[in-house]
Design a protein. Sequence first.
Length: 229
Amino acid sequence: MTYKKFTVYSNHTIDSSINTVLENAINLVEKSELYDCNYGYNVILCNNSFYNKIDDKLLGVGRTARATLNNVIVKVRIDPENNLAFPTFHKACQENLAEVIAHEMIHCLQANKYGILKFNPFKPPEFWKLEGYPEYISKQKKLSGKDYSFTNDIDRYVTLESKATDIWVSSEEGGCEVPDYYYKGKLMIEFLIDIRHLSYDQILKDPTSENYVYREMIKWNDSTKEAKN
Ligand SMILES: [Zn+2]
């Protein structure tokens, strides 16, 4: 079926509840400087499909979703009516489906703007820049909510990271855990865009090291908290 700039493919019957999910995904992606209202996406819902089995063999089991060219590939079971995706790889949990799709749409737009040679699975930009930005954009609704505090989120990450025994740290809702560099990357991109007022384009071009940016963010967080006390 089609909706706006989306063509949705599925082996299972889907109804129009997917439209609301896609609308919510657009509302998030619109906030990105990479957004292009003329860019069209294929959304491929391929849980339990033959394609999924081949994809798992080629690129490894475990991903919830993936992006190639203008294809947003959702590999796990979904419930569009309740806006949920159900990853099972690391542990069974629930994710916000619109956020999953928005994250992958940003990957499409990264390749659209910067070219597949700069954004491909074999030679991507640094991980925190590659994954931090889609995370930052797909969480925009939460980040602009009145209950959200950036300094608390940094503190939360630092605590989780110090206690973690492996790379997995808990994300906010649904019992999902994410590799810590997704969370760290989201915070660092948020710091550079919202506090330092850089664009994503400037961030990509900036040679400053990951460690330096992280230390700057922690310093900023400490001084902000001190100023409040
Ligand atoms: Zn990603």
